[in-house]
Design a protein around this ligand. Sequence first.
Ligand SMILES: O=P(O)(O)OC[C@H]1O[C@H](O[C@H]2O[C@H](CO)[C@@H](O)[C@H](O)[C@H]2O)[C@H](O)[C@@H](O)[C@@H]1O
Length: 247
Amino acid sequence: MASPSSLPSPPPLADLLAAGPVALFLDFDGTLVEIAPEPGDIHVPDSLADALHRLHERLNGRFALVTGRALDDLASHLGEVTLCRAGSHGASRLLPDGSRLGDEPEALSADCVSELRAYAEMHDLFYETKSHGGALHFRARPEKARATLDFAHEVAERHDLCVTSGKGVAELVRPGADKGGAVRAFMAEQPFTGSMPIFIGDDTTDEDGMAAAIEFSGFGIAVGERDSDAARYHLEDIAAVHKWLDL
Ligand SMILES: O=P(O)(O)OC[C@H]1O[C@H](O[C@H]2O[C@H](CO)[C@@H](O)[C@H](O)[C@H]2O)[C@H](O)[C@@H](O)[C@@H]1O
């Protein structure tokens, strides 16, 4: 596990592009936009969507957003985009024209959602309704982190689900929902095939995306103050990400 301070800064993107075709996979919360107290509170600059479309052009279409948010939620913050994007931790994937890449994942059962909602209410947590999962947010109640994670694992076992844990959150998802799956799915498509993937992210869920980038001879860039197993490089914060990408 590498600490942020032990990882170097990445070479300039222009140098990497000059050496050969590069594909960029970008996380959203904590990488492109600042973390906020609750999921709906994020501030997304009006200029961000246009800047990402310019980046998509610069990379000749080898560009994808890969987020834990559901894609409809992403669109409610970023607007409708004509970019490759994977939501619900990589399980729900769209191409720039809006056509689907792979199957749409199933939603959680009503029973499971009721159980999660009841737990959130009882323990004063924020419950985030998601298209293909259910998230228990304990950012405002950090003392509840351990118990919430234990509860999430117990629910996952009973409902044949998995748990993804991120910054202040435990989420129930369908098995196979991870960001590595999104990287592999896009890398099998033109214009990504044969390029060197770079995955940039700030959270534990991004480690799967970075590990998948390594499978294709690429690498990961960890953002912020989190130790990383998979990253080769480090960028200090969101401003540094924007600067490196020239957004
Ligand atoms: O993969 P990402 O794009 O980083 O999405 C991960 C989760 O992001 C959101 O939660 C996180 O950001 C919130 C807003 O800043 C913050 O309040 C929360 O504590 C963070 O966990 C989103 O709500 C989740 O659905 C995503 O899975």
